[in-house]
Design a binder for this molecule. Structure first.
Ligand code: ARG
Ligand code: GLU
Length: 717
C-alpha cells in the first residue's frame, strides 16, 4: 500500500515537473515566490544570482532595447545581442541601394567601423522597490477614478522628488495588478549604442511573413550592438571620445545546448498581457474585436500584396508597412484559434464560478466585492458597441496613408496653438526631417485603392449610428462608387504632392495648416475624426475609465479570494522572468512538433531567388562542406528551439538561459497555435521560439568570419 502511494506521488510529481509554469514574474520577488519551484524544475542557480542589488547579478546584463525590445550584454566590452527585427530600423537607416546592409548584412571589423544610431538607447534596471503605500496614500474607495488618478499622479511626483538618485539615473514608477501595487525602478539609460553586426535578411529574417509566428522555424533572428559610455563608464550622448561600456555583469555563453524537458528561463521586458479579464471581455475579443480587425487587415493586405507582387519598387516601399500590419493580423488569428480550441471563455466562466463560490463563504469579502463581477460584466456590455466602432475607425482610417499624413500635420497645428510653445519648433523640425521618408515609401495608386476599400469598410462594417453623416453624404454623391470617389479625392487633394507639402512645411507651415482645413482629404479627416471623437471616443473613454476602476477591484478581489493561486502581474514593459522547459507540442490531431530545428531544415525550405526563402551562397557552401566548427551536435547545426516560457511582444531579444544561468538562445517569437497566452496561457500549446545560440555563433564565426566578436565572448562547453 505504502509503495503504491509512493509511486502515485512520484507520478504526480513527474506530471507536475513536466508541465511548465505560466507567468511573467518580478525578479525581486523570485526568492519569495518562485525559487523553490524553479529549482524543482531544474534550476541550479539561486534567485539571488538572478536579482541582487548589492552585487552584480544576471539582471545587470539585461537591457530594455530602445524601449520596444530586450537585449543582453555578452562581453565585458558592452557587446549587446538582440533580434534582427529589433535592430531592423537601425540596420535599415544605414542601408542605401549601393550599400544595402539589410540585404547583405554588416560586420564591423573593429570599433572604428561600428555605426552610431542617434535615436537608439538601452536601459539598465539598477533596483526595484515596492512603493505601493506611498503611491496609494489618500486614495480612497469612494473617489471617482479620475480623482484617484489625480492623487496617484501627485503622490508619484512627490515620491520622485524625495528619491535620491545620481545625475545619470532616472526614476520610473509603474502600476501593477491594475493599480493595486506600485513599483519604483531606478534606471540608467545609455544613449550611444552602435551597430556592430547583422546577418543578411535571408538569414536574420529567413521565411519572413510566411514563417512568422510559426513552428518549425529556421530564422537566425539576431543582430549585435555595442554600448558606449563616457570616460567614467557613465551614460553620455554620442561622442567619438566615448569608449565601450564596462558592464557590471555579462552573460556567459553555453555551447552545451539543451535536451527536451531541460529547464530554461527568459529574462526581459514583456509589453502587455491581459490575464485577469472577466469572461465577457474575452468573449468580446474572440467574437468581435479580433475578427473585425482581422477582416479589415485582410482587405488592406490583399491590396498591398497585389501591388507588391507586380512592382519591385512598391515591394521595397511597402515591405516594412506590410510586415507590421501582417504581424498583428496573423497573431490575432492564432489568438482566436487558440482561445476557441482551448475554450478560453468557458475556462474564464468556470474560474468565475469558482471565485463566486469562494467569495460567498467569506461574508466580509462578499460584502466588499460581490458587486464587482456583475458590474464589470454590465460595463463590458455597454462598451462593446463603442469598442467595435473604435476598432473599425482606427483600423480603416489608419491604413489610408494620406489620412495619417493629414493627422500628423494637424497635430503640428495643435502644438503651435498650445500655450507653452517650447515643443512646437522641435516637433516641426522632426516632421521636416521625417516627412521625406514618408513620401519615399508612398505610392499614390496603392493609397487610392486603400482609401476606396477602407472607406467602404468604414461605412459598411460600422453600426450606421457611428458613421459620419457628412462622409455618407460624400459617398452618396458618388452613388456609392467608392473607386470613383477615391479618383476624385486623389485628383483634388494637394497632399499627394510631395514638393508642395515639403516646401510649405519648410517655408510656410501656417499656410500648410490652412490648406489642411480646406483640402478635400483634410475635410474628410476632420469630418470622420470629429464625428468619431464626439460620438464614439467620449463614450468609450468614459466607460473604459469605469472598467479600469472595476478591473482594479476585480483584481483585488481575485487576489483576496483565490488563496491557493500565486498571482503574477500582467506584463507592462517592466523587467520579468519567465521559466519553463524545452518542450514539443501537439498543434493538431495527428500532428506532433519536435522542439528542435537544424540547418538541414533551412536547406529543405530553400527556394533559389525567392523573396522569403532564398539562402545565401556562403551558407549553402558551409552546409555542403559540413564546415560547422564547434557549433554542431551529431553532425548537425542546431537553429531554433521552443519551450514553455510565458512570453509576449517586447520579449523579443530576451536571453534564453539554462539551469546555470548561461546563455543558450535568443527569444524572438511564439508559436501561432498558442498566441492566446496574452489572455489565457495553456501549457499544452503555448510555446516561445528561440534561436539557438550555436546558430548565432556559427553565423558570426563561420559565415561572417567575425572572429573579433567571438574572441570577446566568454564560453563554456
Ligand atoms: N512575430 C514576431 C514579433 O511579434 C516577429 C516579427 C518580425 N518578423 C516578421 N517576419 N515580421 O515581433
Ligand atoms: N516578436 C515578438 C517581439 O517583437 C515576440 C513574439 C511574441 O509576441 O511573443 O517582441
Amino acid at each position: 500500500m505504502k509503495k503504491c502511494l509512493f509511486f502515485f506521488l512520484l507520478l504526480v510529481c513527474f506530471r507536475f515537473v513536466s508541465f511548465a509554469d505560466e507567468g511573467m514574474w518580478l525578479p525581486q520577488l523570485l526568492e519569495q515566490l518562485n525559487e523553490k519551484r524553479m529549482k524543482s524544475l531544474g534550476m541550479k542557480i539561486s534567485a539571488k544570482d538572478i536579482y541582487n542589488v548589492n552585487k552584480g547579478s544576471l539582471k545587470d546584463a539585461i537591457v530594455s532595447f530602445g524601449g520596444f525590445c530586450t537585449g543582453e550584454v555578452i562581453s565585458d566590452q558592452g557587446l549587446v545581442l538582440t533580434n534582427h527585427h529589433c535592430g531592423f530600423a537601425s540596420i535599415q537607416s544605414h542601408s542605401t541601394i549601393d550599400n544595402n546592409l539589410l540585404r547583405d548584412g554588416f560586420w564591423a571589423k573593429n570599433l572604428g567601423m561600428e555605426l552610431p544610431n542617434p535615436d537608439l538607447f538601452v536601459t539598465f534596471i539598477v533596483r526595484i522597490d515596492d512603493v505601493t503605500k506611498a503611491i496609494l496614500t489618500n486614495v480612497t474607495d469612494n473617489m471617482s477614478e479620475r480623482e484617484k488618478q489625480k492623487t496617484i499622479a501627485k503622490n508619484m511626483d512627490a515620491l520622485k522628488k524625495a528619491t535620491p538618485v545620481e545625475s545619470y539615473q532616472d526614476i520610473l514608477i509603474r502600476a501593477f495588478f491594475d493599480g493595486n501595487q506600485y513599483y519604483r525602478f531606478i534606471t540608467e539609460t545609455y544613449k550611444d549604442v552602435r551597430l556592430v553586426g547583422a546577418p543578411p535578411s535571408s538569414i536574420g529574417n529567413f521565411g519572413k511573413d510566411t514563417d512568422n509566428w510559426t513552428w518549425p522555424r529556421h530564422t537566425g533572428d539576431f543582430s549585435m550592438f555595442r554600448i558606449y559610455a563616457d570616460k567614467n563608464n557613465k551614460p553620455a550622448g554620442y561622442s567619438p571620445d566615448n569608449v565601450p561600456y564596462k558592464p557590471k555583469k555579462s552573460l556567459t555563453i553555453s555551447l552545451k545546448g539543451t535536451k527536451e524537458n531541460d529547464f530554461t528561463m527568459i529574462f526581459g521586458f514583456p509589453g502587455r498581457t491581459q490575464e485577469y479579464l472577466p469572461a465577457i471581455a474575452v468573449e468580446e475579443i474572440v467574437n468581435s474585436s479580433d475578427p473585425i480587425k482581422i477582416d479589415i487587415r485582410t482587405n488592406a493586405l490583399g491590396i498591398m500584396d497585389k501591388y507588391m507582387r507586380s512592382d519591385e519598387g512598391i515591394k521595397i516601399q511597402y515591405a516594412k508597412k506590410y510586415a507590421s500590419i501582417a504581424n498583428a493580423w496573423k497573431k490575432w488569428q492564432g489568438e482566436v484559434l487558440g482561445l476557441t480550441k482551448t475554450d478560453g471563455v468557458g475556462k474564464k466562466k468556470k474560474y468565475e464560478a469558482e471565485f463566486l463560490k469562494l467569495l460567498n463563504t467569506n461574508p466580509t469579502l462578499k460584502s466588499k466585492y460581490q458587486h464587482v463581477l456583475p458590474e464589470i460584466t454590465e460595463a463590458y456590455k455597454e462598451i462593446k458597441p463603442y469598442n467595435y466602432a473604435k476598432d473599425v475607425y482606427i483600423e480603416t482610417t489608419g491604413k489610408i496613408e494620406l489620412y495619417s499624413l493629414i493627422n500628423r500635420i494637424n497635430a503640428l497645428r495643435i502644438e503651435r496653438d498650445k500655450k507653452e510653445k517650447g515643443r512646437y519648433s522641435e516637433k516641426l523640425i522632426n516632421e521636416i526631417n521625417q516627412l521625406p521618408d514618408f513620401f519615399k515609401d508612398y505610392n499614390k495608386q496603392v493609397d487610392k485603392d486603400l482609401f476606396a476599400a477602407m472607406m467602404q469598410m468604414y461605412v459598411e462594417k460600422n453600426d450606421p449610428a457611428f458613421v459620419s453623416p457628412q462622409i455618407l453624404e460624400r459617398v452618396k454623391t458618388f452613388n456609392y462608387d467608392y473607386k470613383k470617389w477615391a479618383e476624385d479625392v486623389y485628383a483634388k487633394s494637394a497632399f499627394v504632392n510631395r514638393e508642395q507639402v515639403m516646401n510649405l512645411l519648410k517655408n510656410n507651415p501656417d499656410e500648410l495648416y490652412n490648406l489642411a482645413a480646406t483640402d478635400v482629404m483634410g475635410q474628410i479627416v476632420s469630418e470622420c475624426g470629429s464625428f468619431y471623437n464626439k460620438n464614439v471616443k467620449v463614450n468609450g473613454d468614459r466607460l473604459q475609465e469605469k472598467i479600469n476602476d472595476l478591473q482594479r477591484s476585480y483584481m483585488q478581489a481575485q487576489m483576496a479570494v483565490m488563496k491557493s493561486k500565486t498571482f503574477y502581474p500582467d506584463a507592462n514593459s517592466t523587467l520579468r522572468v519567465a521559466y519553463g522547459n524545452v518542450k514539443g507540442f501537439y498543434p493538431a490531431d495527428g500532428k506532433y512538433y519536435y522542439p528542435f530545428t537544424y540547418l538541414d531544415g533551412v536547406m529543405e525550405k530553400y527556394v533559389p531567388g525567392d523573396y522569403e526563402f532564398d539562402v545565401p551562397q556562403k551558407l549553402r557552401e558551409l552546409y555542403k562542406a559540413k564546415d560547422y566548427g564547434q557549433y554542431s551536435v551529431n553532425g548537425k547545426v542546431p537553429v531554433c528551439f521552443i519551450a514553455s516560457n510565458h512570453t509576449t511582444g517586447g520579449n523579443s531579444g530576451s536571453p534564453a538561459l539554462d539551469a546555470n544561468g548561461n546563455l543558450i538562445g535568443l527569444n524572438f517569437d511564439r508559436a501561432w497555435e498558442g498566441t492566446m497566452s496574452d489572455i489565457n496561457y495553456d501549457p499544452s500549446i503555448c510555446r516561445n521560439i528561440m534561436v539557438d545560440i550555436r546558430y548565432v555563433l556559427f553565423i558570426v564565426d563561420k559565415f561572417a568570419g567575425a572572429k573579433n566578436l567571438i574572441d570577446e565572448m566568454k564560453m563554456v562547453r
